[in-house]
Design a protein around this ligand. Structure first.
Ligand code: FEO
Length: 395
């Protein structure tokens, strides 16, 4: 548990979660995740984000009590009702008399999740505000980032944006919470993986939300996960803007699976030749990689190359899983290439082709399929494919 002062009378109270293995039961957390909450002290007291997963609630609340008398909290602002933020709300409702402030959509969700009494709940619209004394909290809808209920809370005196899932990142903070205290490269990578996997399906909404915040004078971005940005705010804003606009780089992502090394042999050959031609490439072996990482890489790549052997007259199943994840996020309009080995019958790649056609991806030819180990003929065909991939990148 980490308690830090953000500015005078505004505190960060966050919990590093290094126990949960998979966020939402899906996304691996090899470096953990934080649940960030914030306390604003004025004539009235507000807790922004009510906290943490239900199983961590007792730990959170005992730390919260070390900073504030729970009976003095006037408002608990729920920017987003997903249980990673609201799990401690039922307990807080019992221990405080605070009004629970959420978007109108959020109020409905909270009623459904926790059966909270109607008189405790205050539904707000975008643009509404409440006064705490010297400072005000203004609420702005960011519906779709990540759920329809999502909103941000803007604190007017210190110009702090409590941004909920927006501008969030995976990765525990372990005491260093500000962007000028951390390894920014690491957290920006984990912010990208967070964005693509958690918010990516609704990237268009994220773009609109960022645009709607452009007229707000923001000095500090305080998200619900990951670092608090006070020095290089543009780094996280620009990352989120580029990702939500689905900006691509001159980059190839190569995702392959291999049973006995035949397909891997050609994967490494293709990757080496592409790198040799000065094109950035990221390479993933699906046997050892969760789709959350390949999706994050594919998101801003111009070209994605898939290599997999035919398996049981179909494609190598772990490779198909990665393709299915891409479909689940509706990652559209990219270029792709296919290669792979077979034993006695091939064309397992057709299932990948069908899925990517649905997503309106454009095939770069030729498809390089070979029996057993890659032959010199397969390598000649691969050379032709590599030329076409490089042309697709460089134009
Ligand atoms: Fe951090 Fe959408 O919950």
């Amino acid at each position: 548990m980490v308690i830090r002062k953000i500015v005078e009378n505004v505190f960060y109270i966050g919990l590093d979660d290094d126990i949960t293995e998979f966020f939402e039961g899906i996304w691996p957390l090899p470096w953990g995740v934080t649940y960030n909450t914030y306390l604003v002290l004025d004539e009235k007291i507000a807790l922004i984000e009510p906290g943490v997963r239900e199983e961590l609630a007792m730990r959170y609340i005992s730390e919260l009590e070390s900073v504030v008398d729970l009976s003095e909290i006037d408002y608990i602002v729920v920017n987003h009702s997903e249980p990673d933020h609201s799990g401690s709300l039922p307990l807080l409702c019992r221990l405080t008399k605070a009004k629970i402030v959420a978007s109108k959509f959020g109020v409905n969700l909270l009623r459904g999740f926790y059966n909270i009494a109607g008189e405790r709940l205050v539904g707000v619209s975008s643009g509404d505000s409440i006064s705490l004394g010297e400072t005000k909290l203004r609420f702005i809808s960011i519906a779709g980032v990540h759920w329809p209920d999502s909103m941000v809370t803007y604190e007017t005196k210190n110009k702090i944006l409590f941004s909920s899932d927006a501008f969030g990142a995976f990765g525990s903070l372990r005491g260093a919470i500000f962007d000028d205290e951390i390894d920014k490269t690491f957290y920006l990578e984990e912010a990208k993986r967070y964005f693509v996997n958690i918010i990516g399906k609704f990237a268009g909404n994220a773009g609109k939300a960022i645009d709607s915040l452009s007229s707000v004078d923001i000095r500090i971005i305080a998200p619900a996960h990951g670092p608090v940005w006070r020095t290089d705010i543009d780094l996280i804003v620009n990352l989120y803007r580029d990702l939500s606009n689905r900006m691509v780089r001159d980059k190839v992502t190569l995702i392959y699976g291999s049973m006995y090394g035949f397909t891997e042999n050609l994967a490494i050959y293709i990757a080496g030749r592409i790198a040799e031609k000065g094109v950035e490439i990221e390479v993933f072996n699906v046997t050892h990689t969760h789709p959350s990482f390949t999706m994050a890489s594919a998101w801003d790549s111009k070209v994605v190359v898939f290599g997999g052997p035919t398996y049981d007259n179909d494609i190598f199943p772990p490779l198909l899983t990665h393709v299915d994840y891409l479909r689940s996020k509706m990652l559209k309009n990219k270029k792709y290439a296919l290669f792979g080995s077979y034993g006695w019958s091939g064309k397992g790649y057709r299932r990948i082709q069908r899925t990517l056609e649905e997503l309106e991806w454009e095939l770069i030819e030729p498809i390089v399929e070979f029996r057993g180990a890659p032959t010199s003929d397969a390598k000649r065909k691969a050379d032709e494919l590599i030329e076409n991939i490089v042309r697709a990148i460089k134009g």
